[in-house]
Write a protein that binds this ligand. Structure first.
Ligand code: ADP
Ligand code: GLC
Length: 484
């Protein structure tokens, strides 16, 4: 079976968040199941070397104001199709934002072009390669099903995965013509979202099947608190909506073989974690003496992640003798808040503002617990890395966090199945209680060590979920078109 993945990020080539990790891992997990996925991505500057090494397999003189080519290449075990359109993608800095921190003004054209070319490849193929299914990810690929829907002839089925409904790709309706979209699609049941074009809404309206990245988020999405205005449409499509839990790449995230760690370890050599812990303390300027746990955060600093609550809970954490290392970047107010907290609680709170992939591995390897107080979390990957590295996740009970962490309540402790701490509601008070509960557990070495070992055994790979994607693909390809 041949699948065309369409996405705006793919690790290790270009990454701003968990989407990239997922796109980089799923094709590798599908391959042994007989599913060959090719990943179409924009050729950002970071992919320049790959473009130079690859082969042009398609070209056009005009795509949203300039020429474009598709470059086929293979890298890191992934089959790539890179959309080389310098006027759209060859620009410095963030892939979504200009230097002023605002969205690039032509994001509709940039990702509309990606979706348009993907739909063309889906219909006509490149060099004889025609996919059986197109799998579009998030709003950046949301127009793929719309382009296929408006085409009069037969087209392959399309799966849409919602990684985060907070990002919808909303634009002015006057762009419909420039994007080559029929005005017939601009309806409340179609791609109109309160007077704007919704790229993600188009995907939800016209995809054959819709998936999201955890079973709990699939249910939450149909509620007004989480659906962000799309809950009605999602309820209408409930029978086509599936929650498939994300996994992680067990080779990239492997505490036994991770170059970013000072001392690699496994569940039998947990004592070696101490050397990584000491290194994290040093890098973050934390006091090495003290009995409490070392908490960490590795995150985008945005409202979604609930880290404003952590700022408020910090006095409780510090008073209990715990320490905190924060690696993150994002909203200025949160960045400033954590920098000020590190000054106010010098030696107990350490902060590095920025994005640093190797450091994120070291932090997972060296911390005792990872804090994830998200207001909503479609899946979340850092709690899965935490489990794999024996770094106990302390999480808000929402979305994929609820589905992956087993709370250390009495029943779970008695039956020896706890792997972390959950709290709800997402308030400062509940978070403070969770921090104190974690410190109490940490003070009981036998219980804590048991939780660490169980966390490390918890299955966090892609096996089960890759099979679930394959089942969806198979369901779609085995449907016979109606006979006239
Ligand atoms: P989201 O995609 O909403 O940001 P996820 O938990 O799914 O959340 O994925 C976040 C990914 O980005 C993880 O791989 C995490 O390690 C990584 N990450 C987030 N912030 C940073 C940072 N400042 N430095 C390095 N990696 C980071
Ligand atoms: C999004 C979500 C995150 C999820 C990731 C990968 O960025 O915020 O929860 O893990 O996509 O699916």
């Amino acid at each position: 079976m041949k699948i065309l993945f369409v996405a705006s990020e793919c690790a290790p080539f270009i990454k701003t968040g968990g989407l990239a990790d997922v796109i980089g891992a799923v094709p590798k997990a599908l391959a042994p199941l007989g599913v060959a996925a090719r990943v179409m991505l924009p050729a950002y500057p970071a992919l320049g070397d790959l473009v130079a090494q690859g082969q042009s397999v398609w070209e056009t003189a005009e795509l949203q104001g300039g020429p474009a080519r598709l470059i086929a290449c293979q890298a890191e075990g992934i089959d790539l199709l890179l959309l080389d359109a310098p006027h759209l993608f060859d620009r410095p800095g963030n892939i979504y934002l200009g230097a002023d921190g605002q969205d690039w003004p032509d994001n509709a054209q940039r990702f509309g072009a990606l979706s348009y070319v993907a739909a063309e490849v889906a219909r006509q193929g490149v060099e004889g390669w025609i996919p059986d299914i197109v799998h579009a990810h998030d709003w950046q690929a949301g127009l793929v099903p719309a382009y296929l829907h408006q085409h009069p002839g037969p087209t392959p089925p399309c799966v849409l995965t919602i990684h985060n409904i907070a990002f919808q790709g909303l634009f002015d309706p006057s762009l419909m013509t420039a994007l080559g979209l029929s005005s017939a699609l601009y309806t409340p049941d179609g791609m109109e979202y309160f007077g704007r074009i919704g790229f993600l809404k188009a995907g939800i309206a016209y995809a054959s099947k819709i998936t999201t990245v955890s079973p709990t988020y699939a249910r939450e999405l149909m509620l007004p608190e989480f659906g962000m205005g799309l809950e009605g449409l999602l309820r209408a499509r409930a029978s086509d909506l599936f929650g498939i839990l994300n996994g992680i790449d067990l080779e990239v995230w492997n505490p036994e073989d991770d170059d970013a760690l000072v001392a690699p370890y496994n569940a039998r050599t947990l004592k070696r974690k101490a050397a990584n812990r000491a290194e994290v303390m040093k890098r973050f300027g934390l006091n090495e003496d003290g009995a409490g746990p070392l908490f960490c955060v590795v995150s985008r600093l945005t409202t979604q992640k609930g880290l404003d609550l952590l700022l408020q809970a910090l006095p409780v954490l510090v008073a209990r003798g715990a320490r905190l290392a924060v690696l993150g970047s994002g909203d200025k107010a949160l960045e400033d808040g954590f920098v000020a907290a590190a000054q106010a609680h010098s030696g107990s709170v350490g902060v590095i503002i920025g994005y640093d992939e190797p450091l994120s591995h070291l932090i997972q390897g060296g911390s005792d617990a990872i804090l994830i107080p998200s207001r909503f979390e479609p899946c979340g990957l850092t709690q899965l890395y935490g489990l794999r590295y024996g770094t106990i996740p302390v999480v808000a009970r929402t979305g994929g966090l609820a589905d992956t962490v087993i709370d250390a309540n009495e029943a779970a402790l008695t039956t020896k199945c706890a792997t972390g701490v959950q709290f709800a509601p997402v308030t400062t008070a509940a978070m403070e209680q969770a921090i104190l509960r974690t410190c109490d557990l940490f003070d009981q070495p036998a219980i804590w060590a048991g939780m660490m070992r169980r966390a490390m055994r918890h299955p966090v790979g892609w096996d089960v979920s890759a099979q679930a994607y394959k089942d969806i693909y198979r369901g779609l390809t085995s449907v016979q078109p109606p006979q006239d």
